[in-house]
Design a protein around this ligand. Structure first.
Ligand code: PHE
Length: 342
């Protein structure tokens, strides 16, 4: 009988050892049933105990119990071993190679003109200006007539444009937004108007579509000094602290007097270089004291109020700021060019 028990134990341990992975868990449970279950091989040995001589019973009983304990222990340790093995296999197969270069998600960025627009609007809003935008398809009335450019007047030639019909056109400047504001609101007015504008020009420094920011201040006692002060502050903020400003006489139908504003070249600091064509100065915008006729056209009493206005081209400022030689590069949208700004 002792031999039989040893045989059973041996067989059980071998079967347990054979279970190679956790998927064999069921098999291990079957082994438990096969040997220790109700009709298990070892259980059956116990049943045969009634035929054993009484003096041998304690010895055989001890054997059976030892065999059962050993099988139970072995099953538990085997399950623990297989669990650990499976976790380790999983960790090895799922390991991340941190030296592998990652897939890059290309990051978008702002167009240099958008960077400049944001910067300029930032400077003016800090000085208390309000941003106002209007339609790109504008009426002849707001684009020209309110701004002292009557129908069929030669002054229109400065800004000839794309007409949709006799009354509608693509705006030539964002000044109509100034007229719209003055008609709908009494002073004090302090606004900047960004947006796209259209003119039939096309060469290295002109494009049929370009972007502008115009500004308007109307209040009591506004003079050319206020204009100079604001624009000087603006130029220093946009280029650098050492930037100087000068006004040259000019003409616009909607301002009187009118000026062109030059700044010392940001590239050479006024010494003269390729960008400023050796002069040390660069023209950045047109401006002036709002023509009293324009105020009256918009229902503002020019005996009480006065104002100044200015207008600048974004592409032009972007070219000056970054030393870009040809405006058309700004419209090509070549990624190699655009990447340099982010
Ligand atoms: N509207 C003018 C232009 O587009 C710019 C300007 C605005 C000039 C305001 C003077 C005053 O050319």
């Amino acid at each position: 009988m002792e031999g039989r028990i040893k045989e059973i134990l041996q067989k059980a341990l071998e079967l347990i050892e054979d279970s190679e992975n956790l998927e064999n868990l069921e098999k291990i449970q079957q082994i438990r049933v096969q040997f220790l279950g109700k009709n298990g091989e070892l259980t059956n040995v116990l049943r045969g105990m009634k035929d054993v001589a009484p003096e041998l019973k304690p010895v055989i009983g001890k054997f059976v119990n030892q065999a059962r304990d050993e099988i139970t222990n072995r099953i538990e340790t085997r399950i623990a071993e297989l669990t650990a093995k499976s976790i380790e296999q999983k960790l090895n197969s799922e390991s991340v190679d941190i030296t592998l270069s990652s897939k890059r998600n290309p990051k978008g960025g702002l167009h240099p003109c958008s960077i400049v627009i944001n910067e300029i609007l930032g400077i003016f809003t800090q000085m208390g200006f309000q941003v106002k935008q209007g339609p790109e398809v504008e009426t002849d009335f707001f684009n020209f007539q309110t701004l002292n450019i009557p129908k069929d007047h030669p002054a229109r030639e400065m800004q000839d444009t794309f007409y949709i019909n006799d009354e509608l056109l693509l705006r030539t400047h964002t000044s109509p937004m100034q007229a719209r504001t003055m008609i709908s609101q009494q002073p004090p007015i302090r606004i900047v108007n960004p947006g796209k504008v259209y003119r039939p020009d096309d060469d290295a420094t002109h494009s049929p579509m370009f972007q502008q920011i115009e500004g308007l201040v109307v209040d009591k006692g506004i003079t050319l000094c206020d204009l100079k002060g604001i624009l000087e502050t603006f130029a220093k903020a946009l280029f650098n602290e050492n930037t100087k400003t000068r006004l040259r006489p000019s003409f616009f139908p909607f301002t009187e007097p009118s000026v062109e504003v030059d700044v010392t070249c940001a590239m050479c600091g006024g010494k003269g270089c390729r960008i400023c064509k050796g002069t040390g100065w660069i023209e950045i915008l047109g401006a002036g004291i709002v023509n009293p006729k324009v105020l009256e056209n918009c229902g503002i009493d020019s005996n009480i109020y006065s104002g100044f206005a200015f207008g600048l081209g974004i592409e032009r400022i972007t070219m000056i700021k970054y030393g870009i030689p040809d405006m058309r590069i700004l419209f090509d949208n070549d990624i190699r060019f655009l990447k340099q700004f982010n």
